[in-house]
Design a protein around this ligand. Structure first.
Ligand code: CMC
Length: 378
């Protein structure tokens, strides 16, 4: 008999103290805050640079602090030639998330201070990774599609510059704002699987690149950040809004999951990020291609009707990215471009208040078996 309670999937387990992200259910409504600031307020007023600063330093920056931080990020955007060489040598058919984690690992080999974990050094590495993620993703995409590299522009914000490097033309105001808002909304989410992976690695005092590689690998799975790419596959398969209900019903009858629905933490409540992303997807749909949003709405209604589930952060991200002209297989990378800010904030917090994360498993295999020499095994 198992007397100890097993927390399957570590559901509802409090694994550490953190002052970075707060998720709370109050009166049937979900509250999400970064460092105490409500996500809806940040979505309305903030920018990715400001949110990244907030996550890393714990406070909203003053005007001059924000300017200095944004300038620093700009100066760190360009990639060393060795990394560009690596991107050129990797198979153009590799998934861009595999490429991203390979490039992060390579960046680690070029950091002479890779093992230094002082607050200052860790912040420096965090800023460099935040600044370089968009460049890695955009450069690989241009290389694999046989296009010239578009180098970072000092004139553009983090979000606008990413779209510029990816597409080779400056985004419109609406596109830049949409990208920026998406990055704000994905920046942190407490102990989601990839952040937890990063913290586990950090708890062994592994270097920051190792922690970020662990997080990047974990984010890629379809039950986590990989869901947005799967959502897009689904929207393409459904193709027209009137087919959504039939599709959802059929999938659920077969016992299959609908990607972009359900959440470990928001059970029976709406993910606050979904509210913002739905509104953003609708706004873009009015100005660009309305089809993806219309199919998404029909899917949302059908999943609620047949399963009572709400969409999660990955669901409306898909139609937002499609309307920003982002290829489907870069969707997870966009998540990473934002979440690197949260990952690094958590890694630094873990380093500074560390205890090795090492849970136990409840053993259910055979016990006390006698070793049998190989020539006696039948
Ligand atoms: N489609 C159909 N049924 C679902 C889904 C779904 N997407 N998600 C949960 N359920 C059902 C599940 O079958 C179970 O039903 P029942 O009680 O009838 O057996 C019930 O909801 C509870 O599910 P669970 O397995 O306890 O949920 P979990 O907390 O273990 O898993 C999840 C959470 C996100 C992995 C899951 O909801 C899922 O697989 N969703 C689809 C993938 C996805 O969208 N992932 C993105 C997650 S959010 C952002 C991020 O982390 O990147």
């Amino acid at each position: 008999m198992c007397e100890k309670k097993i927390h399957d999937g570590l559901q509802d387990v409090l694994a550490c103290k953190s002052s970075i992200c707060r998720i709370e259910m109050i009166d049937g409504k979900a509250i999400l805050e970064y460092r105490g600031y409500d996500i809806h307020e940040l979505a309305q007023h903030s920018t990715f640079e400001e949110v990244a600063y907030l996550l890393l330093f714990g406070e909203l920056p003053t005007k001059s602090e924000l300017e200095a931080f944004s300038e620093e990020l700009k100066e760190l955007r360009e990639l060393p030639p060795q990394i560009i060489g690596l991107l050129t040598h990797l198979s153009p058919f590799s998934h861009p998330m595999v490429v991203l984690r390979t490039a992060i690992s390579y960046l680690g080999t070029m950091d002479k201070h890779i093992h230094h974990k002082s607050h200052e050094k860790s912040l420096q590495k965090a800023k460099s990774l935040i600044a370089k993620f968009p460049t890695i993703v955009a450069y690989f995409h241009r290389i694999r599609s046989g296009q010239n590299l578009v180098h970072p522009s000092d004139e553009l914000s983090h979000a606008a510059n990413f779209l510029y490097m990816l597409h080779g033309v400056e985004p419109t105001k609406t596109e830049a704002k949409a990208m920026d808002l998406d990055l704000v909304l994905h920046a942190d989410h407490e102990l989601n699987a990839s952040t937890f992976a990063a913290r586990i690695a950090a708890s062994t005092l592994a270097d920051i690149y190792a922690c970020v590689v662990a997080a990047t690998g974990t984010l890629m799975g379809p039950l986590h950040g990989g869901a947005a790419q799967k959502v897009m596959e689904m929207l393409r398969e459904i193709a027209v809004p009137w087919r959504a209900e039939e599709y959802v019903k059929m999938k659920l009858e077969r016992g299959e999951r609908i990607m972009g629905f359900g959440h470990r933490v928001y059970r029976g409540v709406v993910d606050p990020r979904t509210i913002e992303l739905r509104a953003l997807a609708e706004k873009l749909a009015k100005e660009k291609e309305p089809k993806w949003f219309e199919i998404s709405r029909a899917v949302e209604e059908a999943v609620y009707k047949y399963k009572g589930l709400f969409p999660n952060v990955d669901f409306y991200s898909a139609s937002v990215y499609a309307n920003l002209g982002i290829p489907d297989d870069l969707f997870i990378n966009i998540f990473a471009i934002s979440r690197i800010s949260g990952w690094t904030a958590h890694i630094i917090e873990q380093y500074e208040n560390n205890r090795l994360i090492r849970p136990r498993a409840f053993y259910v295999g055979e016990a006390g078996r006698k070793y049998v020499p190989i020539d006696q095994r039948g």
